[in-house]
Design a protein around this ligand. Structure first.
Ligand code: EPU
Length: 353
């Protein structure tokens, strides 16, 4: 897959998404009659510079760099505008190269895990979106007494890791079986289900800081909250170590099957969604409140509040991010009017709104 066509986004300037050198076409130039030749020359120079910078990045990362990449291809809701620069990092080196480029060019960086807990604005993301690819999808096992330590690459899918732990007789991570997204994203969200969460199994986290330095946090240094963990701004999580207990495979398989059955009954399957849209308010459930407010099945555009679970919004086709936002606003407003309870989004809204 490659980014399509020529673009002229503000942070990047007139560069093309293919391998040819940046081509500046008159249509991309400022044409306002009051612009002086001097300011046009400055803009042209900026566009050349940005184009050169992207070409330099491409020399190092090849087709792992895309320009103007639609993020609806990378989010579980299947909505969202384009990223100015999209990098699919396959190694720690790729991450460092991308971060260095972003720092040099003054681009803000958004790390996208599985894209399952974000709502990307239709206007897209200015700057760089960094996604962790298959090269950062690995599991390495070691033991510590009667427990097992599993070093998991941040790009690994949580559900797959959960199934693998069960298959080799390790307990503690079954809860993640149906959780969409990657381990890196699950860590940031302190993802949880059925009584388990990341806080209960994480032993250490390592990655790189926004400045490109190695960083590692042991369990005791990590402060988890409900659907959050405190980490330095701009920290890119590259590996999460899980501490798991050994247990007979047969018992674990039964547990996994129960969880899967419960999930299939309670949550919509198949349609694009972001999992829970809102955090559960203290002592209650967002899904129950949206249901009790009579909102299940409500549609805006092609976005619908699931008929099965009030806290899941499903994309029935070609929904826009603005449809999702409008549906969220509606749910918040009606739940407030009916119950005086404020629903706080669990999905992270990114881009400009
Ligand atoms: N309920 C309703 N109507 C609905 C949905 C739910 O009345 O439309 C009621 C249920 O009957 C139940 C209660 O609300 O009594 C809770 O529902 P559920 O068991 O489905 O759990 P939840 O609180 O809605 C949480 C997590 C889910 C996780 C499940 C299972 C949050 C925000 N959500 O949902 O996590 O899968 O528990 O443990 O914490 C996610 O975070 O993305 C996610 C899917």
């Amino acid at each position: 897959m490659r980014g399509d066509g020529a673009v002229g986004t503000p942070g990047v300037g007139g560069v093309r998404a293919d391998e040819t050198p940046a081509i500046i076409t008159p249509v991309l130039l400022p044409t306002a009659p009051d612009r002086s030749q001097a300011s046009r020359d400055v803009r042209l120079a900026e566009m050349h510079a940005a184009g050169d910078a992207i070409d330099t990045l491409r020399l190092r990362l090849n087709d792992r760099v895309r320009v103007n990449e639609p993020l609806c291809r990378h989010t579980s809701l299947r909505v969202g505008g384009a990223a100015d620069v999209f990098v699919r990092a396959e190694s720690v080196d790729d991450v460092r190269i991308a971060l260095r480029h972003a720092a040099e060019e003054g681009l803000p960086v958004l790390v996208l895990g599985g894209g399952s807990n974000v709502l990307v604005s239709d206007r897209g993301i200015p700057g760089m979106v960094l996604s962790l690819g298959r090269g950062l999808d690995y599991v390495r096992r070691s033991t510590d007494g009667s427990e097992a330590l599993l070093a998991v690459g941040a790009g690994a899918r949580s559900g797959r890791v959960a199934r693998r732990t069960v298959a080799v007789g390790l307990s503690g991570f079954e809860f993640a079986e149906g959780i969409p997204g990657t381990i890196g994203g699950a860590l940031w969200m302190n993802a949880g289900a059925y009584g388990g969460d990341m806080a209960g199994v994480v032993d250490a986290v390592s990655g790189v800081t926004a400045e490109g330095l190695d960083g590692r946090f042991e369990r005791d240094a990590l402060q988890f909250g409900y659907r959050q963990v405190a980490l330095p701004a701009g920290f890119v999580v590259l590996e999460v170590t899980l501490r798991l207990r050994m247990m007979p495979v047969a018992a674990l398989r039964v547990r996994l099957a129960e969880l899967r059955q419960h999930r299939e009954q309670a949550q919509p399957q198949g349609s694009p969604s972001a999992g829970s849209m809102f955090k559960n308010p203290p002592g209650d459930h967002a899904g129950r409140l949206i249901d009790a407010a009579g909102l299940k099945g409500t549609r805006i555009g092609a976005m619908q509040i699931s008929e099965r679970h009030g806290n899941f919004f499903v994309n029935l086709g070609n929904a826009q991010a603005s449809d999702v936002k409008a549906l969220m606003d509606l749910a918040q407003r009606v739940v407030w009017e009916r119950f005086q309870i404020r629903l706080e989004p669990e999905v992270r809204l990114v881009g400009s709104w």
